[in-house]
Design a protein around this ligand. Structure first.
Ligand SMILES: Cc1cc2nc3c(=O)[nH]c(=O)nc-3n(C[C@H](O)[C@H](O)[C@H](O)COP(=O)(O)OP(=O)(O)OC[C@H]3O[C@@H](n4cnc5c(N)ncnc54)[C@H](O)[C@@H]3O)c2cc1C
Length: 398
C-alpha cells in the first residue's frame, strides 16, 4: 500500500485512535484532528477511570439500533472477545477479566489504554493535530477539504455521539453525515440516571441496594433527584425511548428480590409479636437500611396515626410487603446528555456499507464508533463497538 493515499480521521477517541494505528500499519498516510487539547478524553473517564475495554460474553444481543441489529452480525463475529484481547495484547495491554465478564486493563487504569494507543499511533507516523476542531467540510474534485484548506483522499468520521459534551462530544458527526444526505435517528440519552417526581426521596438518598426491575437484577441507588446505579443504567435506554412518546414512565422495583411475598409476610408478622413496642421505621431496622425502612413506611399508605408496630393490622403488614416488593417510581425525565454514558440513535445504519464502514451516499467517506446508530449495554460493549467498527474499516480499506 502506498503512503500516497491521505486519510483524515475526525476525532481522537476510542475508534479514531485505534483505526489510525490499524490504517497506518497498512501504509496509509493518516492524520487525526481532535478538538480537545489531548487525545482520548472520554476514554480516560470510562469504567470509573479503569476502562472497561470489552466483555468476555460479547454477543449481538448486547447491542441495539433503530435498524435491524443483525446488520452488524459480521462486524461483531469478525471481531470477537478473543480478537479484541489479541489485538490489545499485541499493543501491550494485558486484560483482567472479572466474574461478570467485564475486561479491564491489568493496570486497572484507563490512562494505560489512552497512552498505549497514542504511543502506537505516533510510532506508526500518525499525525495528531490537537486543538483542531473540524467545523467545515467540503467534497470537491474527488477529495475532502477540511476547514477550507486541508485536503484528503479519504475521510473517517469518528466524532462519537453527543453524550457528555464536557469530554468533547459534539453534534458535528451528525452534521457532516447530514451534508451527505444521511438520515440521523434522533439521539436520546442512554446508560443514564433517571429523574423521579416521587416525594420523600431526600429521606432515602444515598442508599444502595440490590434490586430487580422487570427480571433485571443489579445495583440500585436512591438519589435526591431520582434513581441511579447499574440496574437503572441497564434499563435507561428503554425508559429514555418511552419518554419520547409518554410524559412519564412507571417503574416497579423489587427491593428484596431474595424473599417472596409470603416469606416476607410471615417474617414481618412474627416480628410484630416480639418487636411490637418499636417505632414503625425502627421495627424494620435489621431487615433493611433504616433510611429505606423510613421511605418504605412513608410509601405504604399506613394511616398516619399509627406510630408503633403494635398498632399495625395484618392488612397494614400486607401493604408494607407490597411496597417492599413493588416500590413504585414515577419517572419524568433522564439526567440527559450532560451525564449519560452513551446515546441511542445516530447515523442510520442501513445507509452505511457495514462490510467497509463506507457511506452508501458518498465514496471514500467512512463512519465508525458511536456516531452511528448503535449502542450497547453497560459492560464494555460500547467500546467493543468502537474497536470492532475500526477493525472492519481497516481490514477493508483500499
Ligand atoms: C463516563 C463514561 C464512562 C464510560 N465507560 C465505558 C466503559 O467502561 N466501557 C464501554 O464500553 N463504554 C464506556 N463508555 C462509552 C464509550 O466511552 C463510548 O462509547 C466510546 O468512547 C465511543 O467511541 P468513539 O470513538 O465513537 O467516540 P469518542 O471516544 O467520544 O471520541 C470522539 C472524539 O471526537 C472528538 N470530536 C468530536 N467532534 C469533533 C470535531 N468536529 N473536530 C475534532 N474532533 C472532534 C471528541 O473530542 C472526541 O475526542 C463510557 C462513556 C462515558 C461518558
Amino acid at each position: 500500500m502506498s503512503k500516497q493515499k491521505k486519510i483524515a480521521i475526525i476525532g481522537a477517541g476510542a475508534s479514531g485512535l485505534l483505526s489510525s494505528i490499524l490504517l497506518s500499519e497498512q501504509g496509509f498516510d493518516v492524520t487525526i484532528f481532535e478538538k480537545n487539547n489531548k487525545v482520548g478524553k472520554k476514554l480516560l473517564a470510562t469504567g470509573n477511570g479503569r476502562c472497561n475495554v470489552t466483555n468476555k460474553n460479547i454477543s449481538l444481543k448486547n447491542f441495539y439500533s433503530n435498524s435491524n441489529i443483525s446488520l452488524i452480525k459480521n462486524n461483531i463475529s469478525d471481531f470477537s472477545y478473543n480478537d479484541c484481547k489479541e489485538l490489545f495484547n499485541r499493543l501491550g495491554v494485558e486484560f483482567k477479566v472479572v466474574p461478570s465478564g467485564r475486561a479491564y486493563p491489568l493496570s486497572l487504569t484507563s490512562s494505560s489504554i489512552v497512552d498505549i494507543l497514542e504511543y502506537e499511533a505516533l510510532k506508526h507516523g500518525v499525525k495528531i493535530e490537537l486543538n483542531s476542531e473540524i467545523i467545515d467540510l467540503k467534497y470537491n474534485n474527488e477529495r475532502f477539504t477540511l476547514n477550507k484548506n486541508i485536503h484528503f483522499d479519504k475521510l473517517v468520521v469518528a466524532t462519537g455521539s453527543i453524550a457528555m459534551p464536557k469530554l468533547g462530544s459534539s453534534e458535528s458527526g451528525y452534521q457532516f453525515a447530514k451534508q451527505f444526505k444521511h438520515s440521523i435517528i434522533k439521539p436520546v440519552a442512554s446508560l443514564v440516571q433517571l429523574v423521579s417526581s416521587n416525594k420523600h426521596l431526600d429521606v432515602v438518598a444515598g442508599v444502595k441496594i440490590e434490586a430487580v426491575i422487570d427480571k433485571t437484577r443489579g445495583d440500585f441507588l436512591f438519589t435526591k433527584y431520582g434513581v441511579s446505579g447499574s440496574l437503572i443504567l441497564d434499563i435507561s435506554r428503554k425508559v429514555s425511548k418511552d419518554l419520547q412518546t409518554q410524559k412519564t414512565v412507571r417503574l416497579s422495583v423489587d427491593t428484596m428480590p431474595d424473599f417472596s411475598m409470603e416469606t416476607l409476610t410471615n417474617m414481618l408478622s412474627k416480628r410484630l409479636e416480639y418487636l411490637k413496642d418499636k417505632e414503625l421505621h425502627l421495627w424494620l431496622d435489621g431487615i433493611m437500611n433504616k433510611k429505606l425502612a423510613k421511605y418504605i413506611i412513608l410509601n405504604s399508605n399506613i394511616p398516619s396515626h399509627i406510630k408503633y408496630a403494635k398498632f399495625l393490622s395484618q392488612q397494614d403488614i400486607l401493604k408494607i410487603v407490597k411496597t417492599i416488593k413493588n416500590l413504585q417510581f414515577t419517572i419524568t425525565d433522564t439526567k440527559g446528555f450532560e451525564t449519560c454514558e452513551v446515546c441511542a440513535g445516530g447515523i442510520e445504519l442501513s445507509e452505511i456499507n457495514l462490510e467497509t464502514m463506507e457511506s452508501k451516499h458518498q465514496k471514500n467517506l467512512y463512519f465508525i464508533g458511536e456516531v452511528i446508530d448503535i449502542d450497547g449495554d453497560c459492560g464494555g460493549y460500547n467500546l467493543h463497538w468502537a474497536w470492532s467498527s475500526s477493525n472492519t474499516l481497516a481490514l477493508n480499506m483500499r
